[in-house]
Design a protein around this ligand. Structure first.
Ligand SMILES: [Zn+2]
Length: 310
C-alpha cells in the first residue's frame, strides 16, 4: 500500500512538472546540443533538441562533415530543415544531404523570397525537395514554433518585405530567437544593418537578460552584428562561422563590436566545429573539435589562434 502511495506521489510530481513546462511554453527539459559545424565559409548548424533534429542552414562546403555531425547526434532523419535564405553558403549542402547521403527531411521552412527560383542551384534544391515530397513552408515574422518542445520565435522577414531577387535575398534571412531549457540563442543569417535595426527594436522590450548564444551576422561582415542590436542582446557568446573568403570576413569592425559587447567568441576557422551543450537544468557548456580555448575570451581578454587571418 505504502509503495503504491509513493508511486502515486511520484507520478503527480512528474505530471505537474511537465504541465508547468508546457504552461511556460518551455522544453521538455531534456539536454540539448547545438553544433556550429565547421563548414568553412558559410553557416551550418545541426541541433538535437527534445529528441528532434533541426538543421539550421547546411553550408556550401564539407557536406561530409555535416553528415558526420548528424550521425554523431544519432539522427535518424532531419525533422526540420531551416533554409535561412537562398544563398549557396547557407543552403547548397541540403542537396547533398538528401541526394548523396540519403537524409529524409520531414519539414523544410524557408524565408519568403522569389530567389528560391532565381538561380540554377536554388531551383535544383527546390525541385529535389518537391521530388521527395518534403513539405515546404515559408515563414515570416510573427510565426512561432515548438519543435522539440523549445520555443522558436521568428523575427524576420516581415511578410512580403523582401520578395525580390538577388538584392533582397540576404535581407530575407530568417531571424529567430530560440529558447531551450532557459538558454537563448539568436540567429540572424546575413541581414543588413537596416533589418538588424528592426530586429533590435523588436527585441528591446522583450529580452530581459542577455542572449546566451549569438551566431554572428553574415560571418562577421563589416555591416553585420551592429551596435544597436548588440546593445539589446548583450551576447555572452558569439560564434563566427567563417572560412577562407574574398570578403575579409570576419571584419575588424564586427569583432571590435562583439568584444565591446562583452562576448567571448568562437571561430569555426580556429576552433573547428563548436558544440553548445545545454543541460536539462539550463547549464551551458562548450566543446570545440579543434582548438579548445575560445578564439577570444572576454574574461581573460585574450585571443588564441587565428580566425581567417585575424
Ligand atoms: Zn552567408
Amino acid at each position: 500500500m505504502r509503495r503504491l502511495w509513493i508511486v502515486a506521489v511520484a507520478l503527480l510530481v512528474l505530471c505537474s512538472g511537465a504541465a508547468l513546462a508546457r504552461a511556460h511554453g518551455l522544453e521538455s527539459t531534456r539536454p540539448a546540443k547545438i553544433v556550429f559545424v565547421n563548414v568553412g565559409q558559410g553557416d551550418g548548424v545541426v541541433m538535437r533538441i527534445g529528441g528532434k533534429i533541426i538543421v539550421s542552414d547546411a553550408g556550401e562546403h564539407r557536406s561530409d562533415v555535416v553528415d558526420a555531425t548528424l550521425r554523431s547526434l544519432d539522427a535518424k532523419q532531419i525533422d526540420v530543415a531551416i533554409l535561412s535564405h537562398p544563398h549557396d553558403d547557407h543552403v547548397k549542402n541540403f542537396q547533398a544531404l538528401v541526394t548523396t547521403y540519403g537524409w529524409k527531411i520531414k519539414l523544410a521552412v524557408r524565408s519568403q523570397s522569389l530567389w528560391w527560383e532565381g538561380t540554377k542551384t536554388n531551383r535544383k534544391l527546390m525541385e529535389t525537395l518537391r521530388d521527395q515530397n518534403v513539405p515546404i513552408r515559408d515563414v515570416r515574422a510573427g510565426d512561432n514554433f515548438d519543435w522539440g518542445g523549445a520555443s522558436w520565435e521568428i523575427l524576420n522577414p516581415r511578410s512580403g518585405a523582401f520578395l525580390g531577387g538577388a538584392t533582397d535575398a540576404a535581407n530575407a534571412s530568417i531571424v529567430y530567437l530560440l529558447q531551450v531549457n532557459g538558454i537563448e540563442a539568436l540567429f540572424t543569417g546575413d541581414i543588413e544593418s537596416r533589418v538588424a535595426e528592426q530586429v533590435a527594436d523588436e527585441l528591446k522590450d522583450r529580452t530581459p537578460a542577455a542572449v546566451d548564444i549569438f551566431l554572428a551576422t553574415h560571418h562577421g561582415s563589416k555591416e553585420g552584428s551592429i551596435a544597436q542590436l548588440l546593445d539589446v542582446i548583450r551576447p555572452k557568446w558569439a560564434v563566427l562561422s567563417v572560412g577562407r573568403n574574398a570578403y575579409e570576413h570576419p571584419s575588424v569592425e564586427a569583432i571590435d563590436r562583439l568584444k565591446a559587447a562583452g562576448a567571448s567568441i568562437w571561430c569555426t576557422d580556429a576552433n573547428g566545429s563548436v558544440t553548445a551543450r545545454i543541460s536539462a537544468a539550463g547549464t551551458l557548456t562548450w566543446r570545440a573539435s579543434l582548438q579548445r580555448a575560445p578564439w577570444w575570451s572576454a574574461k581573460a581578454r585574450r585571443k588564441a589562434g587565428r580566425c581567417v587571418g585575424r
